[in-house]
Write a protein that binds this ligand. Sequence first.
Ligand code: HEC
Ligand code: HEC
Length: 266
Amino acid sequence: MKFLSSRRRHKAVKPLLLVAALFLMGGLYTVAVPEQQSSADSGTSTQVEEGRALFQVGCSSCHGLNGEGTSEGPTLVGVGAASVDWQVETGRMPMAQQAEQAPKRPPVYNREEIDAMAAYVASLGPGPDIPTEAQYSPEGLSAEEIARGGELFRTNCSACHNFAGAGGALPDGKYAPSLQGVEPKHIWEALRIGPQQMPVFGPETITDEDVRTIVAYLQSLEQEPAGGLTLGNLGPVSEGLWAWIVGMGGLALFAVWIASKGARSK
Ligand code: HEC
Ligand code: HEC
């Protein structure tokens, strides 16, 4: 270490140490990052193990010991973490008794247990992941964007869920539930997994940005005071009314125009 004591050497050592430290960090980074990514995708291995244990106690009677499905319940291979999160957090699963459609209930499992079972099911095959808040949060959208959410909703969703999101009956005693008070995360998840008769709306049809506008639109419906008498609160009715006024107004103008043309050609 004697060379370090000379002043000139000492000056050169600092940048060298810096370079060495950078190399070391780079090395650590390449070692550490792939590990982080795989744990984000499919959960840590202990989490998967915990999830498997919970699953085998609470779910395997219908979904099979390895999620392969039985006559009592479908296979869960490839349904993804988002499906487990939605089904279990809305209390639909574990299904209490055989029924056409599992009703919404208070959840039976806590957050940690749901994450573990979701990680286990995700480890069986690739499927939609649980979204981050940035993917569904309606924060910071403009009035125009929310209006676009309304358009998307009327085009893609209102046939089953009704114009005001109040829900509606479907054939064979099934139903599309009311969307009032549904958490934004569950809206994202329902779109991506398409439970029961609901079609899957993938990111190529409805982007995350579009989902955010739909969430914001549904929240704007809820924020309107119930029973208000202003035009705006009547939602689809007032839109129908406007269409009528504009339509009739247009027809009247057209009639006037025809009449004036007719008068001129004489
Ligand atoms: C009594 C039987 C039963 C039990 C117990 C049960 N399920 Fe289900 N599960 C079903 C049936 C039937 C369906 C299909 C009907 C539906 O989607 O509503 C289903 C659907 C699902 C789906 C959606 C699958 C898809 O194709 O999208 C998931 C995810 C799921 N169950 C997870 C679980 C988990 C996790 C548990 C345990 C906590 C559980 N289930 C317990 C019967 C059961
Ligand atoms: C063909 C009918 C149909 C269409 C179209 C449809 N849904 Fe659904 N939706 C359903 C059914 C049925 C369920 C309930 C599934 C179940 O009980 O497992 C559902 C469930 C949901 C849920 C879950 C509600 C809860 O209680 O957690 C949300 C959110 C949702 N739909 C939103 C939408 C949106 C937004 C659209 C349009 C982009 C849409 N749906 C289009 C039939 C439909």
